[in-house]
Write a protein that binds this ligand. Structure first.
Ligand SMILES: Cc1cc2nc3c(=O)[nH]c(=O)nc-3n(C[C@H](O)[C@H](O)[C@H](O)COP(=O)(O)OP(=O)(O)OC[C@H]3O[C@@H](n4cnc5c(N)ncnc54)[C@H](O)[C@@H]3O)c2cc1C
Length: 463
């Protein structure tokens, strides 16, 4: 044994690195194992951050091409410099991952570079070197789910990782899967000029999201030009000289058809990644989808081994992983770490954005909970009109008896920022009336949240 720690965290994504910082703040001796050349995991390197950099750049490009003229700004010509856009994305990623390295140094977290393996409770080896530790936290994240029979080369048939790296805009991009990642990256390449066809097995997009929001979202994206082929599955992808020929069949049976495209993004979901950790030998339990079940203190079935983030059940989101990282660090330091899973927001960073928190209407119906709905369209919001961004609405669901906010669903400009107010309200057990009585600055998009809260009682002022 070369060194010993209070905690060794395997994986430096938002779960692992935040856990490391919090544990170090609480006086624990902490090491974090990361095999990638840079810290920050999927999120900072090939996930949230690079995708948002490209979403921002492509949004700017699209606005310059399409909506500047509405504001009286006439550009004689605009040209895409994709190489520069990609370089900027890499700079953004570089600044973020370096930031985590700086925070590790500042908080005296040791970065053990290499692949971590659990040898025994209390013993981790990294590329052959052994370390002793009181606690082990698995924060190894997730990977893209492959589709049987479809070979990914990350050039023409890609996962999200390859779709962040295209050196040219594909003429026709097929996206297999109508989930968050597919729609965000589909929006990027569509804004930059690609024809985009989304092929989805189910008869709806963004499964699990409030139905009304999903339907409106699809309508808005279709209006923007994305083509949806719902209720269909891709059964084959043959590489051709020109690109890829997809074989597509109706999900419920029927004649197959083919579609020629230049590139294919396979985005049918993500699965936990725990390869090579030694979980089988250690007897660490996993469920039938590969997730590691944990108790409310993030303990696995093996004493001294904990797990957080995408590797455990729950929404696969960076902020959920971060909050679990903080909670488990606090629990190990003898504090009362806790995550409220009823108030975890989820955002789709297209334009307009989609943001949700808490229960959907369908979930409330299923649970037999009586609820009231308050809705307010951005069309009636002064700021949204000034921005020229009037698509969408705010929808608040409140308990019919107590008026307590049970869920909120927003489709509209900056929905991801607007949802934070409702998350805060839910954390404090607020009623819709509470939100309606709070003073909101005018003219702001947040007034649409206040109006939706007032609408729960049928007393919205501007509609
Ligand atoms: C394209 C894309 C966009 C996304 N956008 C968003 C978004 O906007 N908002 C959001 O909330 N979420 C988003 N996500 C999801 C988000 O990235 C994940 O939920 C989050 O990264 C999970 O964090 P984690 O700490 O559990 O694991 P990860 O971030 O996956 O990190 C795990 C790390 O562990 C390392 N590792 C694994 N095994 C070992 C080992 N044995 N030894 C050493 N190191 C190991 C890996 O190299 C990796 O760096 C996106 C994902 C993708 C792919």
């Amino acid at each position: 044994m070369t060194d010993s720690f209070d905690v060794i965290i395997i994986g430096s994504g938002p779960g692992g690195y935040v856990c490391a910082i919090r544990a170090a703040q609480l006086g624990l001796r902490v090491a974090c194992v990361e095999k990638r050349a840079t810290l920050g995991g999927t999120c900072l390197n090939i996930g949230c951050i690079p995708s948002k950099a490209l979403l921002q750049s492509s949004e700017n490009f699209h606005a310059a091409a399409e909506s500047f003229k509405d504001h009286g700004i006439i550009l004689d010509s605009i040209k895409l410099d994709l190489a520069r856009m990609q370089a900027r994305k890499s700079e953004v990623v570089g600044a973020n991952v370096k930031g985590v390295e700086f925070l590790f140094k500042k908080n005296k977290v040791t970065w053990l570079k290499g692949t971590g393996h659990i040898d025994a409770p209390g013993a981790v080896s990294v590329d052959g070197t052994s370390y002793a530790t009181k606690n082990i936290i698995i924060a190894t994240g997730s990977e893209s789910i492959p589709l049987p029979g479809i070979d990914i080369d990350e050039k023409t048939i890609v996962t999200s990782t390859g779709a962040l790296e295209f050196a040219e805009v594909p003429k026709h991009l097929a996206i297999i899967g109508g989930g968050v990642i597919g729609l965000e990256l589909g929006s990027v390449w569509h804004r930059l000029g690609a024809r985009v066809t989304v092929i989805e097995f189910l008869d709806r997009i963004i499964p699990g999201t409030d139905d009304e929001i999903a339907k409106n979202f699809q309508r808005i994206l279709a209006k923007q030009g994305l083509v949806f082929k719902l209720g269909h599955k891709v059964t084959k992808a043959d590489r051709t000289e020109a690109g890829v020929t997809l074989t597509i069949e109706p999900a419920k049976g029927g004649a197959a058809e083919t579609m020629d495209v230049d590139a294919v993004l396979v985005s049918v979901g993500r699965r936990p990644y725990t390869e090579g950790l030694g979980l089988e030998t250690m007897g660490v339990a996993r469920d039938n989808r590969g997730f590691i079940p944990v108790d409310p203190h993030y303990a696995t079935n093996i004493s001294g081994i904990y797990a957080i983030g995408d590797a455990i059940p729950g929404p696969m989101l960076a902020h959920k992983a971060e909050d679990e990282g903080v909670a488990v660090a606090e629990l190990l330091a003898g504090q009362a770490g806790h995550v409220n899973y009823d108030a975890i927001p989820s955002v789709i960073y297209t334009w307009p954005e989609v943001a949700t928190v808490g229960a959907s209407e369908e979930q409330l119906k299923k649970a037999g909970t009586a609820y009231t709905i308050g809705k307010f369209p951005f069309m009636a919001n002064g700021r949204a009109r000034a921005m020229g961004d009037t698509d969408g609405f705010v929808k608040i669901l409140a308990d019919k008896r107590t008026d307590r906010v049970l869920g909120a669903h927003i489709i509209g400009p900056d929905a991801g920022t607007l949802i934070a107010e409702i998350v805060t309200a839910m954390e404090f057990g607020a009623s819709a009336e509470d939100i309606g009585r709070i003073c909101h600055a005018h003219p702001t998009l947040s007034e649409a949240v206040k109006e939706a809260a007032l609408a729960v009682e049928g007393r919205a002022l501007h509609i």
